[in-house]
Design a protein around this ligand. Structure first.
Ligand code: FPP
Ligand code: MG
Length: 334
């Protein structure tokens, strides 16, 4: 398939072709995840293997591997770390689904829907602990320290978000601070790890970390758009959770700041009610005010900022794929 055709398919949100260059490495990640996510206790094994099924696009392992390839040769450490970051990501999603009271993820029941919150919290802990155990098998503590720092910030971001639930006056700045911590932090860490373990110099490592951060922000804005205006059948996860939980994401913040007087108060009252029956009305208001377009344009700007960082790297197939990933995260429909 030509680069142009690949670009078109990426613009349509088709990810399969995108990772052709790291197909074998990603297949090893899958195999390793299947081997690691096991328990000798059948009841635990069932839950842990469900955790494996929650895996999705494998964007984080891909970021780590592509960042490594864009800077040099992949090593055994990359292979291990790609598994580590996916386990951490899955742990955060298992906990997130408890917080969001979500029923479906990746087209299957969430752990909380099938086994309840207690088991979900413990599966998240299992995955998180397993990830750090694996990272500790590397010959230096660098990765553990970097990932630990990143997950500290990630948890802080998630706490900020939870504490801001129902805050109808949340600023755009706070919104960006929260998504930068809860989502972009781990993406930046993946890219930084990939570069560092390929022996990259500080300029290239910084470029990739900034690439990951901006890409992560673009990704989360697009994710928040899908939560409001996407299709559950396509995304395979419970949507409308942000409104149900009183979380104001970028389109809503834009609409709130565009409207004045009565219409503004009406929108805020609808959000406060958190009633699913009002979501169609709210969506119509967002469309009318151009708030969805505003959020999409903002996501595109962050994706473009991410791609700009790649100018600091030499040409390579991995760099070209990272460029396409920046397009994909905004264009995707799932
Ligand atoms: C998805 O948000 C959630 C995150 C990006 C981070 C969640 C982090 C935690 C719950 C903290 C727990 C952390 C550890 C280390 C176990 P979303 O709800 O906007 O996305 P979604 O639509 O995919 O659910
Ligand atoms: Mg969620």
């Amino acid at each position: 398939m030509s680069q142009v055709e690949t670009t078109d398919r990426v613009a349509q949100g088709v990810i399969g072709d995108l990772f052709a260059d790291i197909h074998d490495e990603l297949a090893s990640v899958e195999q390793r995840l299947q081997e690691e996510l096991r328990s000798q206790h059948p009841s635990v094994d069932q839950v842990v293997r469900h955790g494996y099924r929650l895996g999705g696009k494998r964007l984080r392992p891909a970021l780590l591997l592509l960042a490594g390839k864009a800077c040099g040769e992949l090593t055994e450490s990359h292979a291990t770390l790609a598994v580590v970051v996916e386990m951490i990501h899955t742990a955060t999603l298992v906990h997130d689904d408890v917080l969001d009271e979500a029923a479906i993820r990746r087209h299957v029941d969430t752990v909380n829907a099938r086994w309840g919150n207690e088991t979900s919290v413990l599966l998240g802990d299992f995955l998180f602990s397993h990830a750090f155990y694996l990272a500790s098998t590397l010959s230096t503590t660098d990765a553990c320290r970097m990932i630990g720092q990143s997950t500290n910030r990630l948890c802080e971001g998630e706490m900020r978000q939870t504490l801001a639930e129902g805050d109808l006056l949340i600023s755009e700045e706070d919104y960006f601070g929260i998504i930068s911590a809860k989502t972009a932090e781990l993406c930046a860490c993946c890219c930084e790890l990939g570069a560092k373990y390929a022996g990259a110099d500080s300029d290239r490592t910084e470029a990739l970390a900034l690439f990951g951060r901006n890409l992560g922000i673009a990704f989360q804005i697009a994710d928040d758009l899908l939560d409001i205006s996407g299709e559950e059948a396509t995304t395979g996860k419970s949507l409308g959770r942000d409104l149900a939980k009183g979380k104001l994401t970028l389109p809503l913040i834009h609409a709130r700041d565009t409207l004045v007087d009565g219409p503004r108060n009406r929108l805020l009252a609808q959000i406060k009610q958190g009633d699913e029956s009002l979501s169609k009305e709210i969506l119509a208001t967002l469309r009318e005010l151009g708030s969805l377009d505003y959020a999409r344009r903002t996501a595109e700007q962050f994706a473009a900022k991410a791609a700009e960082q790649l100018d600091r790297l030499p040409e390579s197939a991995a760099k070209a794929t990272l460029e396409l990933m920046a397009e994909f995260v905004v264009a995707r429909s799932a």
